[in-house]
Design a protein around this ligand. Structure first.
Ligand code: SF4
Length: 173
């Protein structure tokens, strides 16, 4: 099973979600939160200005140069899961490095007009390695971990699968 930056993002938020995603048990594609993510990315960075990069295991939102430096950026809806997003971006920075590209990372939250810097330094590498090992261990399990209610559940596209009628979606996507 291939590791991806997106799976690491899910792993950092909910182990069960990461397992379900990795096993291609797809969530509700019409979920309003998935739609919102697509819309926000499209509106914040029109297609004409985007420099997306797709490589095996990664789909980076933006790759651009700034005063001779390569900047790899991910666009997020909010800063709420910034630590999970950092892991995802660290993974992309590592992949770029394997392709011979040294880049600095930036998490961009256009809705909040905020940017967070992400560096593949010693600490970042150690965090990434620990997360990869944790994810690999999880994916070896034959069954997903049981659902555990967390604040993210209300916005999760698997909420019906995990909770049925027990959990209403968040009224404000
Ligand atoms: S609904 Fe909650 S427990 Fe289920 S996958 Fe989503 S975040 Fe995890």
């Amino acid at each position: 099973m291939k590791l991806t930056g997106t799976l690491l993002w899910y792993w950092a938020i909910c182990r069960r979600e990461a397992w379900l995603m990795a096993h291609e048990i797809t969530p509700d594609e019409d979920d309003p939160y998935l739609e919102l993510g697509r819309f926000l990315s499209e509106r914040a960075y029109p297609r004409s200005k985007r420099r997306e990069l797709s490589l095996p295991g990664m789909k980076l939102d933006l790759l651009e140069t700034d005063e001779g430096e390569v900047v790899a950026a991910e666009v997020k809806k909010s800063s709420r899961f910034v630590e999970a997003a950092r892991l995802q971006l660290l993974f992309y920075l590592k992949r770029l490095e394997e392709y011979g590209v040294r880049a600095r990372g930036e998490l961009r939250v256009p809705r909040e007009r905020r940017r967070f810097s992400v560096e593949l330094d010693e600490e970042g590498r150690a965090r990434l390695q620990a997360a990869i090992e944790g994810l690999q261990e999880l994916l070896q399990e034959h069954l997903p971990p049981p659902p555990e209610r967390i604040p993210w559940c209300r916005r999760c596209a698997y909420r019906d699968f995990c909770w049925g009628d027990l959990l209403e979606p968040d009224p404000e996507p």
